[in-house]
Design a protein around this ligand. Structure first.
Ligand code: SAM
Ligand code: SF4
Length: 336
């Protein structure tokens, strides 16, 4: 008797890691030009190179059918993508998706926070690297601190279950503000994660050797004022969390250099051009856009491709500050 093998209905790679978390970049564009993320003058992709909202929805649906429980929308700045407010409720309604989350620079939240919350987004990550208007301007090149702080207030008013701030810590730029940022988070019962800068894309603004600030250094700065207790509870993300005795706020560290988290990596990324990236630090990828456009609407074919792509997921990333960046993509292309 000939038996045909049922295709796998979940995403498991060669090392037994199950992928249940997908980050989707919905645009390469942004109203900011953060020094570690973009160059000052950027050429953005033509519209036809970018996945349409319908294509993004199909990709998300295929992933959820294959057991993905969490989707993060990112960019570029997801909230500058035209039509994002129509995509969100569709994703929010996907059966089986437990968490729809977003990472934003906060600039559009005064306008959009209530719609985002109503679409089923429960948690929001908002980037905030400095509380000083002039510095904030320097780091983001075009951003206005006041607008982002107002966006954070709008998000609080909209009633998200959790809001987490993300700060990339750079020596000589904002490392002296770590405690101020912690206090800002504590006063508002927000979480905050400190991120080590990753060598993605060539930048001219600073030498990444000189600005690199390890999570251990940041942790020591915080512990000088607030003792931190490691939390055992894991999240689907790469942050390691700590609690403080007298606050609801959690402190997280995202440390791609100093703490390798590859062995428990449960995520993949989809770039704005529909390239499935199996690892942030490697170029292993699959072109989903070509498939989506050759077979529009064919979700079964898409699901088969996603299952096959799992064999491409490498064991670990290879970031190296000593070498020239091997990864020439900027973060806005990849989805941070
Ligand atoms: N525009 C949104 C924002 O800024 O939150 C979402 C996209 S952004 C690329 C996502 C996150 O990646 C931000 O928290 C940003 O600070 C971080 N990021 C960008 N470039 C980075 C780099 N080279 N190293 C570490 N984090 C980076
Ligand atoms: Fe824009 Fe976010 Fe990159 Fe800053 S980090 S330039 S806000 S995409």
């Amino acid at each position: 008797m000939v038996t045909t093998k049922e295709p796998a209905r979940e995403l498991v790679d060669r090392f037994g890691r199950r992928v249940d978390y997908v980050r989707i970049s919905v645009t390469d564009r942004c109203d900011f030009r953060c020094v570690y993320c973009m160059s000052e003058r950027m050429t953005f992709l033509p519209r036809e190179a970018v996945l349409s909202l319908e294509e993004i929805e199909l990709v998300a649906r295929a992933f959820v059918n294959l057991g993905v429980r969490k989707i993060r929308l990112t960019g570029g700045e997801p909230l500058v993508r035209r039509g994002i407010e129509t995509l969100l409720p569709k994703l929010g309604a996907l059966q089986g998706l437990e968490e729809l989350v977003m990472t934003t620079n906060g600039s559009q939240l005064r306008r959009l926070a209530p719609q985002i919350r109503a679409a089923g987004v429960k948690r929001l990550n908002i980037s905030l690297d400095s509380l000083r208007p002039d510095r904030f301007r320097h780091i983001t090149r075009t951003g206005r601190l006041e607008q982002v702080l107002d966006g954070i207030e709008a998000a609080r008013e909209a009633g998200f279950e959790r809001i987490k701030l993300n700060s990339v810590v750079l020596k000589g730029r904002n490392a002296d503000e770590v405690l101020d940022l912690v206090d800002f988070a504590r006063e508002r019962a927000l979480d905050i994660s400190f991120i080590e800068e990753m060598p993605l894309g060539q930048i001219r603004e600073h030498d990444r050797h000189e600005t690199y600030c390890s999570s251990d250094e940041v942790r020591a700065l915080i512990e000088a004022r607030y003792p931190l207790t490691p939390m055992t509870q894991r999240t689907a993300g790469p942050s390691r969390y700590f609690s403080m005795a007298d606050s609801r706020s959690r402190i997280g560290f995202i440390s791609p250099h100093s703490h390798n988290f590859c062995h428990e990596c449960n995520r993949v990324r989809v770039t704005v051009e529909g390239r499935l990236l199996l690892c942030l630090g490697n170029e292993h990828s699959m072109d989903l856009r070509a498939l989506l456009r050759a077979y529009p609407g064919d979700i079964e074919r898409l699901e088969r491709a996603l299952v096959e792509a799992m064999d491409l997921k490498p064991e670990r990333h290879h970031f190296d500050l000593e070498a020239e960046p091997q990864i020439l993509r900027f973060m806005n292309m990849t989805g941070g």
